[in-house]
Design a protein around this ligand. Structure first.
Ligand code: ADP
Ligand code: MG
Length: 231
């Protein structure tokens, strides 16, 4: 079963009399554990597609399955549950709660799922923080961490519930080249170790080259890779 099956997704933003077509028929299938880049110039629709794939935004038309579940037409409560169980999110800005510790931030999705935070969850949270290289920062308040460290906490948070798919929108967009390269290596290792699929957007070709597969978006459409083009 695919972790993501999007078919003919379109999105037209309507504001008064103005209709802006942003996605013009996007179909994407992602298999378990795949590590996929979504590249394309700024404004091509990458963030809009990731928001739709993450059920944070409703498409104008098309169909969407996440881990085999039909995602369109669900009520907000059911959507929140689907998101919480099957998806992880990493954004360009980490969105950590600054007054909470690294561990508390990592455990936020567990609170969201209304599970009691027991020793098993704390252990999972701690292990992930060790895994992302923050063994000595577990009890630091997020406000005291550097940008790169915060992004590592955000990555641990995205993985805590063992989602089948992590959607990452320019996850290295705010980092310098060295941190960015380290974060990419880390994401790859985590994908392999945890068996989690990743779909990550970037406008950096060097980052895209480190993925198994690249989807290129131009003006709301995916271009076909050369291997699929008819000669
Ligand atoms: N809420 C919105 N209303 C109108 N247009 C939007 C809205 N959100 C995004 N857009 C437009 O959609 C296009 C694609 O944006 P986006 O998905 O953010 O692209 P990317 O992430 O590839 O830079 C842009 O032209 C942007 O201005
Ligand atoms: Mg974007």
């Amino acid at each position: 079963m695919s972790v993501l099956e999007a078919r003919d997704i379109t999105k037209i933003f309507v504001d008064g009399d103005t209709a802006t077509p942003v996605l013009r028929g996007i179909s994407v299938t992602i298999e378990p554990g795949a590590f996929v880049a979504l590249v394309g110039p700024s404004g091509s629709g990458k963030s809009t597609f990731l928001s739709i794939a993450g059920t944070l935004l409703t498409p104008t038309s098309g169909s969407l399955q996440i881990a085999g579940l039909e995602a369109l037409g669900l009520r907000e409560r059911e959507l929140a549950r689907l998101r919480n169980r099957h998806l992880g999110f990493v954004f360009q800005f980490h969105h950590l709660l600054e007054d909470f510790t690294a561990l508390e931030n990592v455990l936020m999705p567990v609170y969201g799922a209304q599970h009691a935070i027991d020793a098993t969850w704390r252990k999972r949270g701690r292990e992930l923080l060790v895994r992302v290289g923050l063994a000595d920062r577990i009890s630091f308040r997020a406000a005291k961490l550097s940008g790169g460290q915060k992004q590592r906490v955000a990555i641990a948070r995205a993985l805590v519930m063992k989602p089948e798919l992590v959607l990452a929108d320019e996850p290295t967009g705010n980092l310098d080249r060295a941190s960015s390269s380290q974060v990419m290596s880390l994401l790859r290792e985590l994908s392999r170790d945890e068996g989690t699929a990743f779909l990550l957007s970037t406008h950096d070709e060097a980052i895209a080259r480190r993925c198994d597969r690249t989807l290129t978006m131009v003006d709301g459409l995916l271009t076909r890779p050369p291997s699929e083009q008819v000669a």
